[in-house]
Design a protein around this ligand. Structure first.
Ligand code: NAD
Length: 358
């Protein structure tokens, strides 16, 4: 287990739902530079059970009371999408740093206002695009930044599996549920186009931007057949890289995620696994200079813990932020809106022209 450092970031987790149970509580307890200081949930039964299991120093049934705790330094927002921006705002206003689950927001306007607030406060906000902390993706990024030269093309795909729940149930802890949880009004899963785009498309867009930079325009087509949704998206990057994204939920087959990048001095071929296996992506990097392929092992594939450690390093030690910041979070929301509008209109959509909700 990573050895704990002397100075630990005191983190409070808002929400004791599935993502907190599967990722964030454990990440806080294992992180070398953070501790699970507090947990918060309105559902008393759930919160008490989680407090007994993960032993935070304190727990709260009220978010504002947790934020008023002077010992608390940062929050992880692990609630439904619609609550992300309001919860992040309250934390920043209370002077706390924020690690917010993806997607950062559900409308461009609310996310842009949040970006203004981050700038005003000078606090750190990181979006839970934990794939950036996959050692395989980090190796690809390092190659792009140092050796690959100009990029020519990026293809990335994120295809959920019809068997994903059998796969995740086999490895995740048994989820504790409660009748008393707080959910947004309406059913966020009723509109599948929107739900799948927010849940999965946000990851795919962030991965594409992590490697090839700003996306300026998208042109998207959607096929809906036999209950499966398949988006093919033609992407223009500001640096001229040609892009193609495939988001399919769900394919009849194994989890299928990865990317291929062609550059001036090499190529990258990557296969990403179901995240709950905590296994780094298999990333093969071909170096034109010596006609050799290298592949990083990435023994530590706990990207949820590693994203928290990266976040805490920024706050405690002033290290550069490699995780997605508020501008990256906003760009993902713009990308999702642009894809939705392009599907509706059958036309290319510039991200700078987008407004409204995903
Ligand atoms: N990064 C990933 O790989 C990944 C994977 C799964 C889910 N997620 C994201 O995690 C987020 C949370 O997902 P989930 O399924 O755990 O959510 P959920 O809605 O099931 O659980 C959220 C919990 O927060 C509590 N809560 C909400 N508002 C509160 C408030 N104001 N005060 C106190 N408690 C409050 C609820 O009672 C509930 O127990 C989603 O945005 C989802 O997109 C990310």
């Amino acid at each position: 287990m990573p050895k704990k450092e002397d100075r630990l970031l005191r983190v409070g987790v808002l929400g004791c739902g599935p993502i907190a149970q599967a990722a964030h509580f454990e990440s806080c307890t294992k992180a070398r530079n953070a501790e699970l200081y507090a947990i918060c949930d309105v559902a008393d039964d759930l919160r008490e059970r989680m407090a007994a299991t993960y032993a935070p120093r304190t727990s709260y049934d009220d978010y504002d009371r947790m934020l008023a705790d002077p010992e608390l330094e940062a929050v992880i927002i692990a609630t439904s999408d619609a609550f992300h921006v309001p919860a992040a705002r309250r934390a920043l206003e209370a002077g706390k740093h924020v690690l917010c689950e993806k997607p950062l927001g559900v409308t461009i306007e609310e996310t842009r206002e949040l970006a203004d607030l981050v700038k005003q406060t000078g606090l750190t906000l990181q979006v839970g695009h934990m794939k950036r902390f996959d050692p395989g993706l980090e190796a690809a990024k390092a190659f792009i930044d140092t050796e690959m030269g100009e990029l020519q093309a990026l293809k990335a795909w994120y295809c959920d599996s019809t068997h994903r729940y059998a796969m995740t149930d086999a490895v995740q802890p048994l989820m504790v549920t409660s009748r008393n949880v707080r959910k947004p009004s309406g059913d966020p899963k009723a509109d599948k186009r929107r739900y799948y785009m927010l849940a999965h498309g946000s990851h795919l867009l962030d991965t594409a931007r992590y490697f090839a930079g700003e996306i300026t325009e998208v042109s998207a087509r959607l096929s809906e057949r036999f209950g499966a949704y398949c988006w093919f998206v033609d992407v223009s990057f500001a640096n001229g890289t040609l892009g193609h994204l495939d988001l399919t939920v769900a394919i009849r087959g194994d989890w299928h995620e990865g990317f291929t990048i062609y550059g001036e001095h090499g190529s990258i071929f990557a296969r990403t696994l179901n995240p709950w296996y905590y296994k780094s992506s298999d990333v093969e990097i071909f170096h034109e200079k010596d006609a050799t392929t290298r592949r990083v092992l990435g023994a530590d594939g706990h990207f949820y813990r590693r994203q928290l450690e990266g976040f805490a390093d920024v706050i405690l030690h002033g290290k550069p932020q490699t995780g997605a910041d508020v501008i990256d979070g906003l760009a993902s929301v713009q990308g999702m809106v642009a894809i939705a509008r392009s599907v509706e209109t059958g036309k290319p959509v510039r991200l700078a022209d987008t407004t409204g909700a995903v």
